[in-house]
Write a protein that binds this ligand. Structure first.
Ligand code: PEP
Ligand code: MG
Length: 574
């Protein structure tokens, strides 16, 4: 038995036999050719056959998945029309009297090396596209069959160095229980596809293809990024039980779609979704979220070589607002820096990036980047119910400055005759202890707070949230974290503004009763957790849980908080 850990790419538990996808490495040996034109014709025919494949796949994806995913194959089709690639091969055949396979390998290798050598992650990932297109042509040249994952005979866990975009897009969703790869991360095609298809996946396992054999049993947890090869009976039982619980719960939770989120004694709660891309809208709808409580706009800025234009941003914001209108959509202004560095934005390397120029600090320095985003947001505001959220506010001065820039931007738009909504709500994220401590003051200047517990915990406990060595000190149960949350909610209530929570704590089933008791009525979380939260809340009585507040605030240590939570869980929240 071996326990491996990789990058969690798509949540869920899977247990099944390995289907090992061999690394596609057709052997190419240079050979002499009789006729240049015959070789060129052979190459053309292989390109045309590849185009036909891709056309079919693209249509299939369009019909069964969506236009965004089909765009990958459109991009592959475009590569097949790219003169640098295609004429490059034909010229090589002619000038070096080379066979088509060798010419193709050399030209493709050149492109792959160029892409792989690029600093930008998005462009580096394009190397995989060139390789995939070249392999497709090569297979046609060599008369080889493509591994067809669209009609599998039995249930499998796919294990591959990297799945190609077309393999992922066409795989038989009913038969593929899970996906494991050597390479790849959260933004790779495989991860995006796996999430869309709801197939649990762990990527970036480095050498999983060497560690397993065809037919081996593997257990994986896509949320934890954990993989167990040849699990023993005890682990097998645990995973089976977890999977059963997961399936049972998922089915049971469907009954909560369309129901109001209301406690037994009539307190209404709003459950919203955290999203990172327009694609996540499908999950928002499917899980019946009551709005978007946090749209992390930095994802729009990632995986590219330059910032998105105002128009591109406008289109994304408009798409989300339109799709969800009249439900509220909270869009957070660029939260870059910290662990989310972007080369093209030229953020200098810092000793302590989490304590450096990130989020609103960056935006207040780089006014044009900030104003471009604000213009896009304002223009989009007429399409729905928009709230704008400023991240990492630590002083009132920063908030006032951000609001001033927003007002300036509004006035510029007015001068141009461009309309925007006059009911946009303005909020700050409370994710730094200084902001929590002055939340009574900040509350006078905003319409709402959103508590970002992911950062609030790291700054309260002085623990870099990505540093494994001090991980144990990153503690949502620390009494200081609880007291700050309680303080912020009370200050918001006293000022008559609304308060939401969008950090991971909001979706944690153990903590929901306590947060409700503290007075929280807006929870924003991973869309997959919404129905579970609704079920919990509908089973609670606010009158009862509120009695626990002094007990939580009186806890001396995190362990006491956990004991109390366990006690509350056993006794239905009280
Ligand atoms: C948070 O800090 O809780 C939060 C939601 O922001 P992020 O995780 O994007 O930093
Ligand atoms: Mg944060």
């Amino acid at each position: 038995m071996a326990v491996l850990s990789g990058k969690s790419a798509s949540p869920g538990i899977a247990l099944g036999k390995v289907l090992l996808i061999p690394r596609d490495c057709a052997v190419v040996q240079r050979r002499s050719i009789q006729s240049v034109s015959a070789e060129q014709v052979r190459f053309r025919a292989a390109v045309e056959a590849s185009m036909r494949d891709l056309g079919t796949i693209k249509n299939q994806v369009l019909a069964e998945i969506d236009a965004d995913k089909a765009a990958i194959f459109e991009a592959h089709l475009l590569m097949l029309e790219d003169p640098e690639l295609i004429s490059g091969v034909e010229n090589k055949i002619e000038s070096e009297k080379m066979d088509a396979e060798s010419a193709l390998s050399e030209v493709a290798d050149y492109f792959i090396r160029t892409f792989e050598g690029m600093d930008n992650e998005y462009l580096r990932e394009r190397a995989a596209d060139v390789s995939e297109v070249a392999q497709r042509i090569l297979r046609h040249l060599q008369g080889k069959k493509t591994v067809d994952l669209s009609c599998l005979r039995e249930d499998v866990v796919l294990v591959a160095h990297d799945l190609t975009a077309s393999q992922t897009a066409t795989l038989d969703k009913r038969k593929v229980l899970g996906i494991l790869t050597d390479v790849g991360g959260k933004t790779s095609h495989t991860a995006i596809m796996a999430r869309t298809l709801e197939i649990p996946a762990v990527l970036g396992l480095q050498n999983i293809t060497e560690l397993v054999h065809e037919g081996d049993l593997v257990a994986l947890d896509g949320e934890l990024g954990e993989v167990i090869v040849q699990p023993d009976t005890r682990i097998l039982e645990t995973y089976r039980a977890r999977k059963q619980t997961e399936e049972h719960l998922r089915n049971e939770l469907k009954a909560f779609i369309g129901l109001p989120t209301i406690t037994e004694d009539g307190r209404t709660v709003c459950l919203e979704a955290n999203i990172g891309t327009v694609d996540d809208l499908a999950l928002v709808q499917k899980n019946d979220a009551e709005g978007v409580g946090l749209y992390r706009t930095e994802f729009l800025f990632m995986n590219r070589t330059h910032a998105p234009t105002e128009q591109e941003q406008f289109e994304s914001y408009k798409a989300i607002l339109t799709a969800l209108s009249p439900r509220p959509v909270t869009i957070r202004t660029l939260d870059i820096g910290g662990d989310k560095a972007l080369e093209y934005l030229h953020i200098e390397k810092e000793e302590n990036p989490f304590l450096g120029c990130r989020a609103i600090r960056y935006c207040l320095r780089e006014r044009e980047v900030f104003k471009t985003q604000l213009r896009a947001l304002l223009r989009a505001s007429v399409y729905g119910n928009l709230a704008i959220l400023f991240p990492l506010i630590t002083t009132l001065g920063e908030l006032l400055e951000a609001k001033k820039i927003l007002e300036e931007t509004k006035s510029e738009l007015r001068d141009l005759g461009i309309s925007y909504s006059d009911s946009i709500q303005i909020g700050v994220m409370i994710e730094v202890p200084s902001a929590a401590m002055i939340s009574d003051i900040l509350a006078k200047y905003v319409d709402f707070f959103s508590i970002g517990t992911n950062d609030l915990i790291q700054y309260t406990c002085a623990v870099d949230r990505l540093n494994g060595t001090v991980n144990a000190l990153y503690d949502p149960f620390h009494p200081a974290v609880l007291r700050l949350i309680h303080l912020v909610i009370k200050n918001a209530q006293n000022a008559g503004i609304s308060v939401a929570m969008c950090g991971e704590m909001a979706g944690d089933p153990k903590l929901i009763p306590m947060l409700l008791a503290f007075g929280l009525t807006e929870f924003s979380m991973n869309p997959a957790f919404i129905l579970r939260a609704r079920k919990i809340i509908r089973g609670l009585s606010y009158e009862k849980v509120v009695e626990t507040v002094p007990k939580f605030l009186g806890c001396e240590q995190a362990a006491d908080v956990q004991d109390l939570l366990r006690h509350c869980e056993r006794s239905g929240g009280t």
